[in-house]
Ligand binder design. Structure first.
Ligand code: ZN
Length: 383
């Protein structure tokens, strides 16, 4: 029995599951006081959830000072099902499987050029391999969430500037092969969900993804904010320099034509007149105090700080996390960025380097799958 078939008429099951998944130790009594549900209702729903094998009882807790009965703790039955996360870049597909508490089982990456012709065949091959390697569980794969580096609205890809996936209906095509719930979501939005699930004190945050392109995922009041048609946080296509560099979106001077990884590398190779240079070589040049590279990084940092301040003005977050291989390998950029921000009205908003690295959106897919399967509003990683 899946959670959606339990107690469908009211929200009690999801309120109780939410307590169990998000608190380190939970008993029937603590659920009752946290949710305001009376004890007999809690006991009845807990009984259904245990019978459905979604939760389990674990050891007895300490007895109360008055000598009352020892409470029995409740935990999610994490091995009842498996979440599958998939991240699709134009040159790479990554997959991650996790149990219902978010514990990662396996992560794999395949380097291959992706387009609308080959995507379904490639995905089906990788999903079949994962299904064979994953331990068998009661519910099997509970959901597949796919991270897209582009705009997603209503389970459709509406804009992918660097490949042609916006010309196909990915979810419908996959559903012809798989009887598993399939969702797609923007990469930066998923990274924001993951950041929120790991950094729970913040209720307003922005996760800033700087990869081939630039996007921002926005969490407002603990909830992902997508905007009217999924374009919230599409900061990469706001204009930094009017009439500037051509962008595949059709505009000129877009932010990501100056501050994406590709933009930085293009400029660096132009300056050095060598198309073979790598990012590691840029870092070496920087550390060797090469004047041209220092100037390049200073200009990059200033442009990046403008984009960050635009996001700060639009959403007023408590904190911004930057997820990028650029700042991961060259953290010296952040103090320069902070210096620019310190001269603005946004000077109290900290900018941190994300610790989730290249797996951020994959964790976000797991958060989405688990929240949807368990019908819970919030999910925190307790692992
Ligand atoms: Zn653009």
């Amino acid at each position: 029995m899946k959670p959606s078939t339990i107690d469908k008429q009211n929200k009690n099951a999801s309120a109780i599951l939410s307590e169990i998944i998000n608190q380190p130790t939970v008993s029937r009594a603590s659920i009752s006081s946290a949710t305001g549900l009376n004890k007999s209702t809690v006991s009845e729903v807990v009984k259904q959830l245990i019978e459905a094998k979604l939760i389990v009882e674990i050891g007895a807790g300490e007895s109360s000072p008055s000598g009352g009965r020892k409470p029995i703790f409740l935990k999610i039955n994490k091995t009842a099902g498996v979440s599958l996360s998939i991240d699709i870049r134009f040159d790479q597909i990554s997959l991650l499987t996790a149990y219902l508490d978010g514990e990662v089982i396996q992560t794999v990456s395949h380097h291959e050029q992706i387009n609308k012709q080959n995507i379904i065949t490639r995905l089906m091959k990788h999903i079949s391999a994962i299904q064979q390697e994953t331990p068998s569980t009661l519910f099997g794969l509970i959901g597949i969430t796919i991270s897209i580096h582009g705009v997603v609205h209503d389970n459709q890809i509406s804009f992918t500037p660097y490949f042609d996936l916006d010309e196909i209906d990915l979810v419908t095509a996959l559903k012809q092969h798989l009887a598993i719930p399939i969702y797609i979501e923007n990469e930066a939005n998923l990274s924001a969900l993951a950041e929120s699930a790991f950094n729970t004190p913040y209720t307003h945050m922005v996760s800033f993804s700087v990869h081939t392109g630039i996007g921002a995922g926005v969490i407002l009041n603990d909830h992902l904010y997508r905007g009217y048609k999924g374009r919230s946080g599409e900061i990469g296509h706001t204009v930094l320099y009017p009439g500037g560099i051509d962008c595949p979106c059709g505009n000129k001077g877009c932010f990501e034509q100056y501050c994406s990884f590709n933009a930085l590398m293009k400029r660096y190779r132009q300056i050095k007149n060598d198309q073979t240079l790598t990012y590691d070589q840029l870092i070496n040049h920087y550390h060797e105090q090469d004047a041209e590279t220092i100037d390049l990084i200073n200009r990059f940092s200033r442009d990046l700080s403008i984009g960050l301040m635009n996001v700060m003005g639009a959403y007023d977050p408590e904190v911004i996390f930057i997820n990028s291989e650029i700042t991961d390998k060259l953290p010296e950029i952040l103090p320069i960025v902070e210096q620019h921000i310190s001269r603005s009205i946004y000077n109290e908003i900290p900018v941190y380097r994300s610790e989730l690295g290249s797996k951020a959106s994959l964790y976000g897919c797991a958060v989405y799958n688990i929240k949807t399967f368990l019908m819970v509003d919030q999910f925190r990683f307790n692992v």
